[in-house]
Structures are given as C-alpha cells and as structure tokens.
Design a protein around this ligand. Structure first.
Ligand code: UD1
Ligand code: CA
Length: 478
C-alpha cells in the first residue's frame, strides 16, 4: 500500500529542526479485559490495538524513531508487531505511566521532543498527532496534552486549566483523587502528550507513588513542570472518538464498530457501493476499487485487495485474497490466501483454501473446495469437487464430483491437467498423475496412470444388463 507523505516534516526543514521521537506506552496487562492475551494485542478493525497506534506513529516519524514500551508478555507483543521495524523498550515491572517513561529515558535522550501515545487507543490519527506536536512547538511548551470534552467523563483524568480561556494547564487530576467539584469537569486528559525531552527527564524523578493506585502517574508531570516555572498547555480535539481507549470488552466492541463504519464510509467516498454497511466487516487494511458492490453480511479481512466492478454477494468471508476486476463472488463463499482472476465467477458456496490461483474468467461453483491449485483461464469446475495440489491449464472442464486424490497418507502429490482437457463427472485422479492436452476422461473413472494428449482415459467396471430382471423380481414378491 502507498504510504502518504509524513505529516510533520515541514516543506523546507531548517537545519535545526527538532528531533522528534514517539513513545508508545504498551506495557500494561489490561486487568479490566480479564484476558490471557495482553491488552494491546486485542484486535479491533482486524488487527491488534498496538498495530493501529504504530501505523499512525510511523506516518509521523520514521519507524527508527518510534519506541514501543512493552512489559506484560513482552515477547508475544514484540513478535506480533515485529514487522513494523519500531524499537522496543522493556518495562519489566509496570509501576504506572510515569514509570513507563522513566525506563525510556536513555533511549529518548538523543531527541528534543517526545510524543507519548497510549498503545490501547487505536483511533488516533497522524493528523492529530502532528497537530499536537505543532501546537507544542508553537507554544514553546515543556508539556502539551491532548484533551476532549466527554458527556460522561467518568474514569478519565480531568484537565484543570489555569483559567477557562487559557491553554495553560495547572494539573491533571485522576478520577480516584478528584474532588466532587473536579469530577464535574467534562474536559478529560486523552492520554496523548508531547514533552520537551530535557524538561521531562530532569523532573521525572520527582514523581511519587502517593496516590490511590500507588503508581507513578505521568499525568503528575503537569503540576510538577508548572511548579518549576515551565509552560504546560492543552490542545483540545473535537473528535472524541479518536481518543477512546479499550479498557474493557465493551469498549473494544465500541471501537471496533466505529472503526469499521469509518472504513465503510471511506470506501464509499472512493466509489465502492456498500449496501447495509452496518452488517459488513471490512478490516482496516483492505483495499477495494471503484464500482465494486458489496452486498449485506460480507466479511473482507486481512490484506485483501479487490478490483473494480466486482460484485461480492452476501455471506461471503474473504481473507487475504486478491480479486481481479469484474469478478463475481456469489453468496456463501469462504476464501483465504487466494488469487482470483478478472471476471472469474465463484460460488455459491465455494471454498478456496490458501494457495488457490483461479484464472481469468474461470468458474468455480457450488461445493467445490480448492487448495494450492492453479486453475487456468476460462476453466470450469462447477459442482461438488475437490481440487488440491493441482496444475490445471486453460479451457479445462472439470465434471461434477471430480476428486484429486493428492494425499497418500504420508505425502502430498501433484495432479497435472493440461489445456483443453475434459474430465468426466465422478472422476478420481490418483496423484501423481498427468492428463495431457485435449484428453478426455470418461465419467466415473479412477485414473492412476498418465493419459496422453488427445486420448481417452477410461477405467470403470464394464456395465452388465440383465433383460427383464426387475420385472421378474416383482412377480417373485407376490
Ligand atoms: C490514563 C491517564 C488518564 C487518562 C487516560 C486516557 C494516567 C495516570 N492516567 O489512564 O489521565 O484520562 O489514560 O485514556 O496516566 N502502561 C504502561 N506501563 C505502566 C502502566 C500503563 O505501559 O506501568 C500503558 C498501558 O498499557 C496503556 C497506557 O499505558 O496502554 C495507559 O495506561 P492505563 O492503565 O490504560 O491508563 P488509564 O487508567 O486509562
Ligand atoms: Ca487506558
């Protein structure tokens, strides 16, 4: 996928452009999710929470300037996002958000500013991160925090401004420590910050654990920095959805819902028709070209890419597939890790397992299962068939009920069917076996030997006809 230009690099960067790092706090266990899986690996929009935050971060600064602070199940978290090329910092004991930054001090020392993101808030956009950074630089602040107004601010830290009109912040008060009057404040701390690295780390050791959670709160940096005469400011976003954190299963579901609606809306603006979008599950990384129609109750997952003018009918589940222009996917198809050529027709009820490569204009019909096969241009396998480990040429007709016997109990073997061959219904092809170009296989054959080009292969019991047998039997019964 094409990456948009990085959001922060000014057009003509001065020689003294500030060096900016992004730290993502992702070490927590996520106690409120009651899960074996670490919090940041729970999925929304088809990928882990942390992967979304990293994706936003790496559109603002290069991956080598992104530091994920991990701790709980660090190995698992690291391998889940290893392909992103970001750095990892280990916070082996999780003693609070302030402590998470303490352990990152050395790694962040070469930078002027650090943007701090929460690994459990996946809807943050590169635009908002960049806007927060720009505000911080404009304001020459030591700390800038992102806020939003929430109708129900329960559970969040509240922003205490110097005065209602001022961008300057006196402190952030956590829910558990807030006085009744402070609890009435609707402006909440979103959990995203920019710090001057020098100011953060020359004051961070002053944090204490004298609070109801006995943790080092990063939020306490606001009042600490202010007390040393530093400037602490807040930048408010109208888009409250962007800051939602997934602390509970209910919040996970809500974020997933938001994200998928946003994905559908984005696809519709680029010319994709989606009927009844609330019923469609389309993962964040999926690409769909214009004039393709998605019917209700369709799932398109993973890294799938769908061309233009396709129609994906209801109840199909498509994962990591590439589908060419003008293809028709009839209802109820399940396909994974496969490539479908332009104008191909699939289904209803086709099952394409990984490695299926369906050629241009080919047809795969109902109750046909494929795995690791190449089906050539214009070939047809329309009914009740299993094709595995096969190379099938162009213009081949596979009759109903054809089975490739690809597994001998120990090893997999390949079936080759060359261009223009005709496989009669109910044929079993015992691999390894080859059917030559233009050859015919008589219906109900069990083919164990190669059939040369343009010949007929036939292997079935000779038919016996006993004249009058049935009639005689009926008279016997009387
Ligand atoms: C935090 C803020 C709160 C804010 C809210 C916004 C603090 C003290 N409070 O609360 O003001 O309104 O976010 O969502 O910061 N983490 C670590 N190491 C730790 C502890 C946490 O990496 O030792 C990570 C977590 O994995 C998580 C993030 O930091 O990704 C935030 O921690 P969390 O416990 O969710 O903070 P909140 O209670 O949501
Ligand atoms: Ca949180």
């Amino acid at each position: 996928m094409k990456k948009p230009a990085r959001a922060t690099q000014p057009q003509s960067a001065p020689a003294s452009a500030p060096r900016v790092a992004i730290a993502i706090m992702a070490a927590g266990k996520g106690t409120r999710l009651k899960s074996q899986l670490p919090k940041v690996l729970h999925e929304v929009g088809g990928k882990p929470l942390l992967a979304h935050v990293i994706a936003a971060a790496t559109r603002v600064v290069p991956p080598e300037d992104v530091f994920a602070i991990i701790g709980h199940e660090a190995g698992r978290v690291r391998s889940a996002v290893a392909d992103t090329k970001v750095n990892f910092i280990l916070q082996s004991e999780q003693r609070g958000t302030g402590h998470a930054l303490m352990v990152a001090g050395e790694a962040l020392s070469p930078y002027d500013n650090v943007i701090v993101l929460s690994g459990d808030a996946p809807q943050i956009t590169p635009q908002t991160i960049a806007a927060l950074l720009n505000f911080h630089l404009d304001q020459r602040a030591a700390m800038t925090l992102l806020s939003t107004d929430l109708a129900d601010p329960t559970g969040y830290g509240r922003v205490i401004r110097k005065s209602a009109r001022s961008a300057e912040v006196k402190s952030i008060v956590e829910e558990k420590s807030a006085r009744p009057a402070q609890k009435k404040i609707h402006e909440i701390n979103a959990g995203f910050y920019v710090f001057s690295v020098a100011q953060l780390f020359s004051n961070i050791t002053k944090l204490s654990t004298a609070n109801p959670h006995s943790e080092y709160y990063l939020t306490d940096m606001a009042s600490l920095l202010r007390q040393t005469g530093q400037r602490v400011v807040v930048w408010k976003t109208e888009n409250a959805a962007e800051i939602l954190g997934a602390n509970t299963r209910a919040e996970l579901a809500l974020i997933d819902h938001h994200m998928r609606l946003r994905k559908c809306q984005q696809l519709m603006t680029t010319g994709v028709t989606i009927f009844y979008p609330a019923t469609c599950i389309i993962d964040s990384d999926v690409e769909i070209a214009a004039d393709t129609v998605i019917e209700p109750f369709v799932q398109i997952l993973g890294q799938s890419r769908i061309g233009a003018n396709c129609r994906i009918r209801s109840y199909s589940v498509i994962r990591d597939c590439e589908i060419g222009d003008g293809a028709l996917i009839r209802p109820g198809c399940v396909m994974e890790g496969s490539r479908i050529g332009a104008t191909a027709i699939l289904g209803p009820y086709s099952h394409l397992r990984p490695g299926s490569d369906i050629g241009e204009g080919a047809h795969v019909g109902n109750f046909v299962e494929t795995k690791k096969i190449k089906l050539g241009k214009g070939s047809k396998a329309n009914h009740l068939t299993y094709l595995g480990d096969s190379e099938i040429g162009a213009g081949v007709n596979i009759g109903a009920g054809t089975i490739t016997c690809n597994y001998d109990g120990l090893k997999k073997h390949t079936t080759v069917i060359e261009d223009g061959a005709f496989i009669g219904s109910d044929t079993t092809l015992v691999a390894p076996v080859r059917v030559g170009k233009g050859a015919y296989i008589g219906a109900a054959s069990c083919i164990t030997e190669d059939v040369p080009e343009d010949s007929l292969g036939l292997s079935r019991a000779q038919q016996v006809v006993k004249q009058g047998w049935a009639k005689e039997r009926r008279t016997l019964r009387k």
